[in-house]
Write a protein that binds this ligand. Structure first.
Ligand code: ADP
Length: 470
């Protein structure tokens, strides 16, 4: 493969960690080799990948801070040579009237107008990028005065019709999202919602235009731009609609949306001849070493996964109250792990804080909710470090915040994304010379046998745990 095929094509900025993983998973399924970074990397070292996803934690920050982080991510992605930028937010459009979807979109468009991306389609280089981009350029949509906003993700029940977002059969504002503690969504009309977040003019690409195909959508883009619209919600009811929108966005410097829209983007690069037609985008290095599972989620799904594992495999329960009393629970957990990991037949262990809602409430009453959460995360982070010292190289982690704490404790900054284990949860591996393999799942994801299934996938062809997972 020549060097130009090793340069990243699509640069993504995601406003939270699990959303970034979800997007990366989608791009790998679309045939793009994808690397996810945790925050903006400090070095300008070139990363070999077709798509890069920078995971920020900016969804609920003040708008000015979210904008600053997004611009920092853009600068890094630009330096990596990306030809198109994708700003990823939640498929329920999680935001407030203060932002951050509108302000970040405006800031990215402004920055791209000041300094175009190296690979952006212009009249002179559009032919090199592809026919669709050439058409886009000819119709003017490759300029940076316009982008779409499409949170639709039909696979997960999020559809957009006439600018109104549905979650399953319910309008967004009747879906439970109206009660979200940080970003209550009380209006399903996203044209109105986005318009409250930006001084720019917001428009709509209606479903009947999307249904007529990519050329009709591009015509609509041209009309909207002529009307002074800078960002347009785009209706989508099916994956086919997302592919139409993706095709219409070929050559558009900035695309914004949920991970659904990413479904249609890889094909543009393939059509343009800059993305290999058939490569194993999900390939990960084979990782040798021991395995362990850490669970810090108290969700229903994780409770079921812990119960399933405990029925036949070694598990150590972390007691936050014992830790608060000063008992050496980290040392106890590691001694338990060592016993099983260093046995003649090494066995992966589970260390879990997972508990029923009543048990969690009891702990929270005693310690305070955020103190309890912080304490459990700190314990699991210390245990993750201890396990690595014992030779653990494959980690399955349950819980969004818990995953963040473990990734930080293990000083992981970049992850190559592999094949999907369960919807929304891919296998991943670090990029170091001695890689770690990880499956990081947000609490409610995965089937009851997720832990063993994930370890089997992380094991790949590693012989060490073959007997255990047979
Ligand atoms: P999820 O993805 O299910 O939301 P998270 O890891 O993001 O999982 O959040 C779960 C939170 O609950 C973490 O802060 C974790 O430390 C905390 N927690 C887990 N187990 C307990 C427990 N037994 N008592 C109190 N807090 C707990």
């Amino acid at each position: 493969m020549n060097d130009s095929l090793n340069r990243p094509l699509l640069g993504c900025i995601a406003d939270d960690f699990t959303g970034a993983t979800d997007l990366a998973n989608m791009l790998v399924r679309g045939g793009m080799r994808t690397v996810q970074t945790i925050g903006v990397p400090a070095t300008a070292e070139a990363v070999v990948a077709d798509a890069l996803v920078v995971a920020l934690k900016s969804r609920t920050l003040p708008a000015s801070e979210a904008v600053a982080q997004a611009l920092e991510a853009l600068a890094w992605l630009r330096a990596q040579g990306c030809r198109q930028i994708f700003f990823k937010y939640c498929s329920t459009f999680d935001s407030t009237d203060a932002g951050n979807i509108g302000p970040v979109t405006d800031a990215l468009l402004d920055a791209l107008a000041r300094e175009p991306l190296a690979g952006t389609a212009t009249a002179t280089n559009a032919a090199a990028i592809g026919t669709a981009a050439a058409t886009a350029s000819a119709t003017g949509c490759a300029d940076v005065s316009f982008t779409i906003a499409c949170p639709a993700f039909p696979e997960n029940g999020r559809t957009l019709y006439r600018g109104h977002l549905f979650v399953g059969d319910a309008l967004l504002n009747e879906s439970g999202m109206e009660n979200h503690p940080l970003t209550p969504m009380t209006d399903a009309n996203l044209v109105r919602v986005l318009q409250r977040q930006t001084p720019s003019k917001v428009g709509l690409v209606r479903y009947d235009q999307v249904a007529r195909g990519a050329a009709a959508v591009r015509e609509r883009f041209a009309v909207l731009r002529a009307e002074g619209v800078r960002m347009a919600l785009a209706d989508a009811l099916s994956d086919a609609d997302l592919c139409t929108l993706g095709e219409a966005c070929a050559g558009m410097p900035l695309v914004t949306g949920g991970s659904g829209v990413a479904l249609g983007l890889p094909e543009n690069f393939r059509r343009a001849g800059v993305l290999a037609a058939r490569i194993d985008a999900a390939g990960l290095p084979s990782v040798e070493g021991l395995s362990a599972v850490l669970a810090g989620s108290a969700s229903k799904a994780t409770n079921a996964q812990v119960a399933e594992w405990r029925a036949s495999r070694p598990a150590f329960r972390l007691d936050p109250l014992a830790a608060a009393r000063g008992e050496p629970v980290v040392e106890q957990a590691l001694a338990f792990a060592r016993e099983h990991l260093e046995a003649a037949q090494p066995q992966p262990v589970l260390v879990y804080a997972t508990a029923t809602p009543d048990e969690v409430k009891a702990v929270q009453r005693e310690l305070g909710a955020s103190e309890a959460g912080h304490l459990v995360e700190t314990l699991l982070a210390a245990i993750a470090r201890g396990l690595r010292e014992l030779g653990v190289r494959k980690f399955v982690v349950a819980g969004g915040e818990t995953s963040g704490a473990v990734v930080q404790a293990l000083e992981i900054h970049t992850l190559r994304i592999g094949a999907q284990i369960d919807p929304g949860v891919p296998a991943t591996a670090t990029l170091d010379a001695q890689p770690l393999a990880l499956a990081l799942k947000s609490g409610n994801f995965g089937t009851p046998d997720f832990f063993a299934k994930a370890l089997r996938q992380l094991d790949g062809l590693s012989p060490l745990n073959a007997a255990e997972h047979a």
